[in-house]
Design a protein around this ligand. Structure first.
Ligand code: HEM
Ligand SMILES: *[C@@H]1O[C@H](CO)[C@@H](O)[C@H](O)[C@H]1NC(C)=O
Ligand SMILES: *[C@@H]1O[C@H](CO)[C@@H](O)[C@H](O)[C@H]1NC(C)=O
Ligand SMILES: *[C@@H]1O[C@H](CO)[C@@H](O)[C@H](O)[C@H]1NC(C)=O
Ligand SMILES: *[C@@H]1O[C@H](CO)[C@@H](O)[C@H](O)[C@H]1NC(C)=O
Ligand SMILES: *[C@@H]1O[C@H](CO)[C@@H](O)[C@H](O)[C@H]1NC(C)=O
Length: 345
């Protein structure tokens, strides 16, 4: 990275930090702030409520029946789908570039994704797309397949009914390693770096707190949990919880530990609910980036609110999910409809 770019990032960082401090101070003495959902998504030309109504009227039913089968068999795939959607949308927009494998180098093997995203989820998306191709060849994009499958799966495991729009088209190329690394937040980030990362994607603190609620289900590999356990136990974790994580993660070293995981929410492990926020407050959330939400006054107040009031969480989550689902979308004449999600045609 060149020096000017570096300086610019530092200046931007400093500005965000200054604004945070100013905001947190202006909040003092205002002990009962009004909570409203944050600003909603902007209108994106080319996205619509039921884009395939005329061109593939059965699209929604096809995805619904496929996803129902998958989730009934294995509810934790809802988490697999949500994370794939997040990692697609945060890198070069929701263009399904994450699903590409051959012939270009895939986003799938970049450090934040390799051996971390579930390969089973990619297979499931391929199956759903195959069913769509049989009914309406070349009509429904891979990006919309991901967005609708995730929406349906979330609802099946207790989540809110996200008003997902459709009309996305697919990209042709996967992003570089560097782009993936620069775009996906690390679990080691502190609160100002997390806010900065989300701001880089046009998302605010309310989006950060609500979307972090994605850690209310699913799993984490010991590889990314060990930072919290050794060489010393992080102050983020309640000792009894750290002991439980250590029992699962620490004995299995090197190759033996490659596939071992812990639940992100050990209380309601497969449910999409507000238990994540209770976990953060109780110091039984897994990552530093979860605990860090308590390190700024605005994000801390939202964690406390969502822990008490699931409806408030769901209200903001719906807004933030729609914003996530519209990041950098290709519509109209842009992009293509890929027939096979792993291939660029
Ligand atoms: C705020 C910054 C975030 C960080 C630092 C972060 C980090 C992580 C990490 C390290 C894992 C475990 C990876 C592994 O096992 O190798 C994970 C899992 C997961 N994350 Fe996040 N994440 C963040 C935000 C989000 C968002 C915005 C969503 C979705 C709205 C999300 C949804 C998930 C889900 C569902 C899983 C479990 C996946 C599965 O079970 O397959 N995360 N996250
Ligand atoms: C991806 O993970 C596998 C282990 O599942 C490892 O063998 C491989 O070297 C990794 N690839 C890259 C590019 O990091
Ligand atoms: C990304 O990194 C992997 C391994 O670290 C490497 O095999 C691959 O060639 C890299 N791709 C690009 C486009 O740099
Ligand atoms: C947060 O992390 C950034 C980047 O690593 C660092 O520059 C900054 O000093 C940290 N801020 C605090 C308050 O620890
Ligand atoms: C630790 O694990 C035990 C046994 O599975 C469980 O009963 C307990 O609730 C866990 N406690 C924490 C804080 O994780
Ligand atoms: C490493 O893993 C092996 C096999 O699982 C186990 O026998 C050994 O005790 C582990 N060592 C450590 C330091 O955890």
């Amino acid at each position: 990275m060149g020096l000017p770019k570096c300086l610019c990032i530092l200046v931007a960082f400093y500005m965000v930090w200054t604004i945070d401090v100013a905001l947190s101070q202006s909040n003092k003495g205002n002990s009962k702030p009004q909570f409203r959902p944050g600003p909603g998504p902007v209108q994106v030309q080319g996205l619509a409520k039921n884009f395939y109504q005329k061109t593939c009227p059965k699209a929604h039913d096809i995805i619904q029946s496929q996803v129902t089968k998958v989730i009934n068999q294995n509810p934790s795939q809802a988490a697999g789908l949500l994370r794939v959607m997040f990692h697609d949308c945060f890198v070069q927009g929701c263009d399904a570039s994450l699903l590409l494998t051959k012939p270009m180098v895939s986003e799938q093997i970049a450090a934040p994704n390799n051996a971390s995203l579930r390969t089973s989820t990619f297979r499931i998306i391929d199956q759903i797309k195959d069913a769509l191709e049989s009914a309406c060849p070349g009509v429904v994009s891979c990006a919309d397949t991901v967005a609708l499958s995730t929406t349906i799966a979330l609802k099946m495991v207790g989540g809110p009914d996200v008003p997902m729009l459709t009309g996305r088209r697919d990209g042709r190329t996967a992003a570089s390693n560097q782009t993936v690394i620069a775009s996906i937040p690390s679990p080691l980030l502190n609160i100002s770096a997390l806010k900065q990362n989300f701001q880089n994607h046009g998302l605010d603190s309310k989006d950060l707190v609500a979307l972090s609620g994605g850690h209310t289900f699913g799993q984490a590999h010991c590889r990314v949990v060990d930072f919290q356990l050794s060489p010393q136990i992080s102050a983020d974790l309640k000792p009894a919880f750290a002991a439980n994580l250590s029992r699962i993660c620490l004995p299995a070293n090197n190759s033996a530990k490659a596939g071992i995981t812990v639940h992100l929410d050990f209380i309601t492990k497969d449910l999409f609910d507000n238990n994540y926020y209770k976990n953060v407050l109780n110091k039984v959330a897994v990552f530093h980036s979860d605990a860090a939400l308590l390190d700024a006054p605005d994000t801390k107040q939202l964690v406390q609110l969502y822990a008490k009031d699931q409806n408030k969480f769901f209200e903001q989550f719906k807004v933030s999910m729609v914003k996530l689902s519209q990041l950098g979308v290709l519509t109209g004449q842009n992009g293509i409809i890929r027939k096979t999600c792993s291939l660029p045609t």
